[in-house]
Design a protein around this ligand. Sequence first.
Ligand SMILES: [Zn+2]
Length: 715
Amino acid sequence: MESEVHISQRRDGLPAISCRRVWQPCQSARRHTIAARAIPPCSIYSLAESKVHQAQGNFAAATADLERGVKIAADFADAWHRLAILYRGLGRGEAVTKTKAGIDGTAAPWRVKPYRALLIVDRWSDPASVLVDHERDNFQPVAALLKAWSVPFDVIRLDQQHLDGTYLFSRSGDIRYGVAIWLADAPSYSTQDVASLEQAVQAGTSLLVAESRCLDPALERLLALKFKEAYTATEPLRVAEEHFITRELAALKMDRLDVSWNFNNRIWMEPRGAKVLIDQARHPVLTVNQPEPETSAIWMGVPALGLLRDTVYWRQLFFRSLLWGLGYLVLPNVDYSSRIEIEIDDWGTADKGFLSYWRYLEPSEDVLRRYVIAPLEKRHAVVAANVITGYVDRSGKRIASPWDQKFTDLYGLQQNYGSTERGLKAAVEAGVVEIESHGWTHMQPDLESPPGPWWTADLAGEGSADGWYTEFEDQRRGVESPAIVQLFHMKRSLEYLQEDFGQQALELRPGGSGWSKSQFNHTGRLAAQAGFGLFHAEPDFYYYLDRDLVLDMTGIAPQVGTTSYDRLTDLHPERWPAHPDGPAMLLFHDRDIALQPDFVERLFAALPPTYQTLSVNEYIGTLHVQIDSSAADGWQLRFGSDPHYCAYFERHPSSWRLWLSDSFKERLKALQEVQISVDSGAAHRIKAADFLSGIINIDLPAGLEPHVWKVKAAR
Ligand SMILES: [Zn+2]
């Protein structure tokens, strides 16, 4: 028996698809993502035709197409699932039941949601939609959490974009997002096509709503809730019904949450079919509606989005809701709560040779070997050295290489920067130091104009004035540093770090905590443009950077401060905030090693013994790994490593942790036995129940080529 597919142009411009039985499937049939090897092309085209009809709104024809498709191929899982959705939309309950037998009878349970979230927000302060700012963008906590958890996401901003199917569906008619996270709270969405979201939910996109009254009929239908009015109450929040989302709260002793003295205004939603999982007196606090068997619509009555990031209670609920909505999550397998990222500033700066309040001998190769490399090696620790490669040479009034400087300084110290460079290279060679950027010169780019020239200024007077020693903000003259000036310095830093150490810096920490903040001079935005992957916006936070996004990560990884040899007792790690989603970040200077050689030893002795370092390049690499999920042949997760940002993983393995919802686990369990493989390695055969019984880690080998983890039914 053979089948042949013909596509021609109809008068209305839509493709007409006809099918005659021949053996060779045409090229487009082979390209179809559904396993063309198993499903006859005729059925695949019934599905394609159904999508066209569905897009036209002709649901009867779309249904007939699929009925034809499953008649030819009874094991066509995708067609059965779409058929169930269409029947449900048409109110044909008895037909939905019949599809269940079809769905259960199919060998392929790999209907997984796309691993991508859509954040729907009212507005975004950046007109260019690149920079997320914690002070101006209320959705920052959610964006930062998703980034920390490696969940890919896009943002749709209702102040500039029109929500409709063009964003929610791909060209093939498939949903683009596994979950839509609704964070908007406008009085009305009359100019938006919220009904398109309803269609996406019917097709499999889950909906997760936080801090919103949902003043739209389509949202009300999806959530099975209706806004009533505002209220304030201080009764405890209480788990009203056992559910996957609330299950862990009891273990945390949070199934009743005391909110006395919290007089926030809250949102009173009236349930119209939604299941109330958490309530406060008569008011729902967390609800779930299940418009489709695998698709949920969850409403979270969180009083402020920052609580999702900052409190154990709401973070837990957000995580479990996201997992419930998507079915699975893949997080970095890193216990951030006991990891610390440490940086040492000021290698190569000139000022230590002439500033009365910052004078010391640049540590030599011998000091580095004995007091930096040895203690770090002993602890398998890795720290960042933030290096300056532009030495302000007052005698020549030029920028010179620090590593050529060998002289007796103003205070009689025998400076030998070449020795320092050799020590840093030895530390890189030993694998205990990563070379990063502290800027190029640590100085004002313009050292001539008033109140200069600085070159010849009295070092007891103007020459010592604060403000000359910052590079990316003109603090001496009280203005920002223009974009072109900053970029010149960033690029010189990267160029010379490469020339001097053969290292690609990925992190920028501007000297003197100075950086520019306006739209066009924003140091973080410029750092992203220059190719950095992380920017420390001192003193309180840092930005994740890539080619499209400058994301303020406030609240994720605490900046536990700048320590020093004479202030180590002020460190107080026991007071650091919990940080489950990012490492603590700590800074000190080469000065501390110069003035107290065993400072590194003392610092580690002051840290909690459970703490380990996390290198900044590993952290940047982890945040930049792109995870895709597909179900073409079994279920597979693809980990893409950008060779620039993820260079760390060229020589290091990575590990990820897989979380599954109950229903996802049930579907896997039904397979009895599965085989699991990584890349082209041998498949490991295991009972599905054993595979699902504990924590599921995905360990990937070193190498920048995309890694593929796959699970499929054992045959
Ligand atoms: Zn510095």
